[in-house]
Write a protein that binds this ligand. Structure first.
Ligand code: FEO
Length: 412
């Protein structure tokens, strides 16, 4: 990876990582970029850092060499967000640079001590505070709590009108050295990052969609020409495009989302599975697309992405020991904890000696305040009868129609 010039006096340092589970759980088959930025006035600041994973801090320090920047020339370390994918390199940095001043939010201070035993030379800032780097370059700070941790803030370079929002406006996806900006990418590659953005948002940010909406409003109040996030590409030509994408994704958490249905199903012996195709056929017969995931085979990262994108959810799940099919219970619990609310929903499934899945599903919806709007369920003892299949088709059509009305206002 190479350091690249973003705009006059602003440089992007970056490392791609692809051999990890992000946050220890989210697959990144297309990698993820960890971005850091150098901003130079008379003084020099580094904004955001990178993780401590093998080779990444060394990559960052090598890129400083490329720019002919000695670490001793860095006067200020701006920490927008304390999650270790952005702060983990501090240990490595502190070994080669002894006396630097950290600018960060008040809420970050206890985490600096807890994670890195750093207690000195910390300048606490709040919204509206500034740092003058000289040569007409002033950094302004804006707290954007809970995007993605409570301490998070954004930094705005008033000279170049570049916003450094850390996790906000980020995405998964490795970034090529020769094309790290939207204006250096073909449309198909920008769309690749927008797709990576959707799963990144669903996995990392969606639980904080309300806070994200507030951060978007703060962003809109600034004269932003460039958005330089902690992950993904830098938006120089169309910062408005990534703002629109995030506005859309944040709104999906409460819905409506796309006029599509996520079909998530699991089956023990193939009885519940017999209902899946009829439901999918019925939904698609109404011109509504489906995104289908078998549980537990499909990773939860991808299920969360689909459920966030879809206004409707069809759940195929048998009763297991008087309760929900356990892998589906785990998935639904996580969907609820991610605060993906207000879906049009329908559940069907098989039972043997007794039911119980439906009762627990209702309890889960209430406990997590999901407010999903369920159609009458279809449960069948053992394998579904012809009458059950007919009823499943009917419910599939009802679900598709409800989704179209909600997402599109379509009452045809
Ligand atoms: Fe990219 Fe919340 O850290």
């Amino acid at each position: 990876m190479k350091a690249t010039l973003v705009t006059d006096g602003v440089y992007r340092l970056s490392a791609n990582v692809d051999n990890i589970l992000f946050e220890g759980m989210w697959p990144v088959p297309n990698g993820v970029a960890m971005n850091s930025y150098i901003v130079k006035g008379e003084k020099c600041a580094i904004i955001d850092g990178v993780c401590a994973w093998d080779g990444v801090p060394e990559t960052l320090l090598a890129q400083l060499d490329e720019l002919d920047i000695d670490v001793n020339d860095i006067d200020y370390v701006i920490i927008n967000h304390m999650e270790p994918d952005h702060s983990g390199w501090l240990d490595a940095f502190a070994k080669v640079r002894k006396d630097f001043t950290i600018y960060t939010s008040e809420r970050a201070k206890p985490l600096l001590e807890a994670f890195y035993r750093i207690t000195d030379n910390i300048q606490l800032v709040k919204s509206g505070d500034t740092l003058d780097l000289g040569n007409g370059r002033v950094l302004a700070f804006e707290e954007i709590p809970n995007v993605h941790w409570p301490e998070t803030m954004a930094t705005y370079d008033t000279k170049s009108k570049t916003l450094f929002p850390c996790d906000a406006f980020g995405s998964f996806g490795s970034v090529a050295d020769d094309a790290p900006y939207d204006d250096t990418l073909q449309e198909e590659h920008i769309e690749f990052f927008e797709r990576e953005m959707e799963r990144y948002y669903a996995n990392i940010v969606t639980a904080f969609s309300q806070a994200t909406q507030k951060a978007i409003e703060k962003t809109k109040a600034l004269d932003v020409k460039i958005i330089a996030p902690g992950h993904g590409i830098v938006w120089r030509r169309h910062p408005d495009r990534v703002i629109r994408s995030y506005t859309r994704l944040a709104s999906y958490a409460k819905g409506p989302a796309r006029a599509e249905v996520a079909v998530i199903w699991g089956s023990m012996y193939g009885m519940t599975e017999m209902g899946v195709e009829p439901v999918i056929d019925a939904i698609e017969s109404q011109g509504v697309k489906t995104r289908v995931h078998r549980i537990p085979e499909s990773g939860i990262s991808y299920v969360l992405d689909s459920v966030l994108q879809c206004s409707g959810v069809a759940i195929g799940m048998p009763t297991y020991e008087y309760k929900m099919f356990p892998p589906m219970a785990a998935v639904l619990d996580e969907i609820g904890k991610k605060k993906i609310m207000n879906r049009k929903a329908f559940r069907f499934g098989s039972f043997g000696w007794s039911g119980g899945a439906q009762k627990e599903l209702t309890e889960l919806d209430e406990r997590l305040k999901m407010k999903w709007d369920y159609l009458e369920p279809v449960e069948f003892k053992g394998r579904p009868t012809d009458e059950d299949i007919a009823l499943l088709r009917k419910r599939g059509v009802e679900l598709a129609k409800a989704v179209k009305i909600w997402a599109l206002g379509d009452v045809s």
